[in-house]
Each structure stands twice: as structure tokens, then as C-alpha cells.
Design a protein around this ligand. Sequence first.
Ligand code: NAD
Length: 397
Amino acid sequence: MIIEPKIRGFICTTAHPDGCREHVRQMVKTVEERESFDGPKRALIIGASTGYGLASRVALAFGAGTRTLGVMFEKEPTEKRTASAGYYNTKAFESMAEERGLYAKSLNGDAYSRDMKEAVLTAIREDLGQIDLLVYSLAAPRRVDETGETWSSVIKPYGQSYSSKTLNLSTNEIEEVSLDSATDEEIKATIKVMGGEDWQAWVRFLDEAGVLADQAKTLAYSYIGPELTFPIYKDGSIGQAKQDLYRTADALTAEFKPKNGLEAYVAINKAVVTQSSAAIPSVPLYISILYKIMKEAGTQEGYIEQMERLFSAKVYGPEGVLTDEQGLIRVDDREMEAATQAAVNEIWAKVTTENITEYTDLNGYWSDFHELFGFGLEGVDYQRDVDLEIDQGQADV
Ligand code: NAD
């Protein structure tokens, strides 16, 4: 089958195995071209197949020789349907790690479930003994908790309504989006899905099983962003869940540091194109403007550059863990530079459907979006007849 992108709004329902492989290969190359660093020996990455979790895994494995265990929730291929991108990414990652003699195992299933926690524990016991780092990089629309109850997260403002410009990803037109405040029930559900409860459950579970090494670290990720997205992100429903994540980091450090030296942190990452960020109103338009400004200023980073810098300089660098006064690790520093934000605001005020290609990096947005699913990568033969049940990516590694 010749695989083509099938994009509906912010979702692409196909993925290209060769393109995903090439995408991962480029990430590996980026990391290997930088200086290696003294990172953790063994890491568990939850949400390891796309976006920031995949980039964390690549940065750690190929930058520090970390042996990684990854957890993901991805679709395998069938006779008629391609696998999801994260499935192909993970196959590619595993084979590139193997070529370098580096341990990499991945488990595909629901990270919120008890079964997955047990399966991870078995893998740690059998293969790694203990772990020195737990990265929690889940982004999920829903969670079935241990009692069987399903919680669905929402992306809405909270305590106010929201009206703003947004990019319609189906038409590339700028439209107005209006959303009412989330209800308290919706906030509760969003915190259940994207807050700290499951992160804490993982840490407690692994500690009770004795597989957290002394002085281990754990990291989860968040975003703050500019004032113009505060109502829909930082102060909105997702932001409420992130507040819960910050409280959980403090609670985990307070609970475990006296016991085994564990420290828990939240890293604030930069806005990048991922499957999750594409779903947030106004954010794709903001990213298109931001990319243009940051590329012109020479400060642009994708998720692999972000995660390489996070681990090599801010977590495992010579000065130890570097945080701001609130205890957060900031890799959004370049995005938040005053000159960058002033330039974004100026464009935000005047961007319209007519001038969008002049004022924003819309092409850069779409090329990153396509790459997430393995499309548009140089050197990949997109005319190749792919056998969906067999092929897991054949680009040259
Ligand atoms: P993503 O959609 O690219 O990745 C999500 C990962 O979670 C995938 O590996 C997926 O397989 C996995 N996953 C989802 N549900 C799962 C489940 N039930 N069980 C197991 N695995 C599951 O998302 P992302 O944008 O990289 O987001 C990761 C984290 O980074 C989130 O906390 C997000 O808030 C944060 N972040 C993102 C941005 C951004 O601009 N994208 C910026 C700052 C922080």
C-alpha cells in the first residue's frame, strides 16, 4: 500500500513507517552530534513514543547511554490500517538502540492501569534491577482509574469564558473561538487525567517494590506560556491539572527524600507541535507565530533540542538540578524572552487569514505536524509499496 497522510483537523489517521524511522534517526543524530553527558544509568519513561517523552528517551539513551524502559499507548498495524506513529517511532528507537548495544524495552498498554504497573515492575526486576529516573510524560484525553471509573479531560477556560483568535487546521483560516468556563465536575475530571495522582501512584508503587534506586529522580512536564494563552492553558482546565502536578512534585519530594533521597520536579517545556498541543485552541496559531520569531532570532528549538538541553544542562549538568525560585526547571526560557514575546504580541494583534503566511511560520507548523506522522521527510520513498503487517520502517539507519 502507498501510505498518504489523512489529516482531519488536528488528527492524522495514518502514519508512515519509513518516515517515522527517519524522524527518529534525525533525533538520534541531533543528540549524537552534541557532547555526551553523565546521565542516569536506567530510566523508565511513561509516554515514551511521541513528543516530549520520545525526545526524553532519545536524549537520555543516545546522549548518556541510559538503558530505557518505555511505556506507550499505541495502535499496532493491521492488514488495512497503518500503526500509529508512536508505534513506528518506538520500533525505530529500539532498533537504533540495539545497533549500539543499548538496552531498550517498550510496553504498549494503559499506563493508568494496575496491570501496566505490574508489567513494568516485572521488566525492571528482570532487566534493570532498579531505576534512577522516572519520566512521566503522559498526555491523554481520558483515564480509567483503578475502580473502573472513566474520567475525561476537557480543554476549556476556568472561571471565565474565552474568546480569541484560533487557527482552523482544516482550512488554514483564522477564526474566532469562544468557549464557556469548565464546570467544577469537568475540572475534577481533568485533574484526574492530567494531574499528579497517577504519577504519585507510580512512584509509590515502585518504591514499595524496592525498585527505586537511592537518590533517584522523577520528572513530569508542564507548560506556562504567554499571557495571551493564560485563559485557555495556564488558568484553564489543563492549568488546574498542572497546578495539581506541581503540588504532587512537592509532596513526593517531602515524602520520599528523607527516606531514599528521591527528588521530584516539574520541567516547564517550550511550546512545540505535538499531537497534544494541536488540540488546544489558539495554540497552533501561537506556535506558528512563535516559530517565525524564534527562527529569525536563531533561538528556535524542537522537542529533541529541548530535551537534550533539559537533561544535559538542567538536570544532570555540572551544577546539578537548576530550578527557578518556585522549584520549576525552566527550558521555556528562550520562548519567554521579553523581545520574543513582544514580537509575538505585535503579530498576534494584526494576523489575519490574508496575511498569515507573511506573518507566521505556517509552513513550519505544517511541516512539523506532518513529520510527527512520518510524512514530508527528505530521503524517504513515499511511493514505496508498504506491507502494513510486516513493515516497521526501512529508511537507512
Ligand atoms: P504527545 O501526545 O506527543 O505524547 C503523549 C504520550 O503519552 C505518547 O507516548 C502516548 O503513547 C502516551 N500515552 C497517552 N495515553 C496513554 C496511556 N493511557 N497509557 C500509556 N501511554 C499513554 O504529548 P506531548 O505534547 O509530548 O506531551 C507530553 C507532556 O509534555 C504533557 O505533560 C504536556 O503537557 C507536556 N508539554 C507539552 C508541550 C507541547 O507544546 N507539546 C509543552 C510543554 C509541556
